[in-house]
Design a binder for this molecule. Structure first.
Ligand code: HEC
Ligand code: HEC
Length: 262
């Protein structure tokens, strides 16, 4: 929900500190509680801590602002602002019951070995077309809940371009991204089966009104259910999306589902 309070289209102009419509939870998965999904639990006693990036001790507010300026491509939140206080309070809440010095497992996004050769963008493009494009869209632009109202955020967030993180972000580092992808992508669970896409952007209908169809998108064909009549559902918090069937069981540890595709 970050976009709704801090995003460039937030109703209160004074709180538009983020420069994109991402949510913290787009990267800190399951509201920052998922092991190896960049969790933010158990951090309360880790701050203030030394930061190699700044060469000085940083507070939890400084660390959050590091994501505000890079991952959220925005401006730092004033420490005393209600939004910063709320974010810091949430991080502390996720340390409930943790004792000083205790290390909770699952921090970060995992640790796959570094490459012993240069990264290969051509191969990456093929993998993107096969395993990411259906959700993250052509040009990495993601799928907005409503293209008319970006303040509703994204059903699938953008990976690069004007409405994503900037080059200074942790996610822009090859190894951080690779670990995150290895542990967390493709990301299946938001797939819904009860609604379908309509021709009107951002609007959805109950399944009973749906027709099956297919569209060509980039290199792949997406099978969708389109709708003909009555009862539009306005976009809600988590708008269900119909993704290609073959994506449905693609959890990060089910590599066989990936291999058996096409
Ligand atoms: C584009 C992805 C992205 C977004 C969006 C994002 N972050 Fe982060 N965040 C990261 C990465 C990557 C790290 C570094 C994780 C690490 O060092 O293991 C990080 C680190 C952090 C940490 C320190 C975690 C630790 O283990 O020390 C906190 C706290 C944090 N982010 C809070 C936030 C908050 C609050 C927001 C929303 C205002 C946010 N982040 C948005 C990617 C993101
Ligand atoms: C089934 C749909 C789906 C597929 C396939 C998928 N993703 Fe994602 N991805 C998501 C969703 C949804 C999120 C946001 C997570 C959340 O909010 O819980 C996300 C988040 C991300 C993020 C962090 C947020 C951001 O904006 O940067 C990155 C990076 C990412 N995906 C990269 C990839 C890559 C690369 C692939 C292909 C290897 C991929 N994803 C495949 C649905 C998907």
């Amino acid at each position: 929900m970050t976009y709704a309070y801090l995003g460039p289209h937030a109703p209160d102009r004074d709180t538009r500190f983020a420069g994109n419509n991402l949510a913290c939870s787009n990267c800190h998965l399951e509201a920052g509680t998922k092991k190896f999904g960049l969790p933010i639990y158990g951090l309360a006693f880790d701050f203030p801590r030394y930061s190699a990036r700044t060469g000085a001790e940083i507070s939890i507010e400084d660390r959050i602002n590091s994501c505000m300026t890079r991952s959220m491509n925005g401006r730092p939140l004033p420490v005393q602002s209600p939004d910063m206080q709320a974010l810091a309070a949430y991080v502390n809440f996720l340390s409930t019951g943790v004792t000083p010095g205790e290390q909770i497992p699952g921090h970060g996004a995992g640790a796959i070995p570094n490459l012993d050769r240069a990264a290969d963008p051509k191969h990456g493009k093929l993998v993107y077309a096969r395993a990411c494009l259906d959700c993250h869209n052509t040009n990495g632009s993601g799928i907005a809940r409503s293209p008319q109202a970006l303040s509703l955020g994204y059903a699938v967030p953008p990976l690069w371009g004007a409405d994503s993180f900037n080059d200074g972000a942790g996610m822009a580092r090859l190894i951080t991204l690779a670990n995150f992808l290895h542990s967390n992508m493709p990301h299946g669970p938001i797939i819904g089966t009860r609604c379908c896409r309509t021709k009107r952007p951002g609007m959805w209908r109950p399944m009973s009104n749906c027709k099956r169809g297919r569209i060509k998108q980039g290199l792949s064909t997406i099978f969708l259910r389109t709708c003909s009549i009555s009862r539009l559902i306005p976009p809600m918090g988590l708008t269900p999306i119909i993704f290609p069937r073959r994506n449905i069981n693609m959890d990060p540890f089910n590599r066989s589902a990936l291999k058996s595709r096409d």
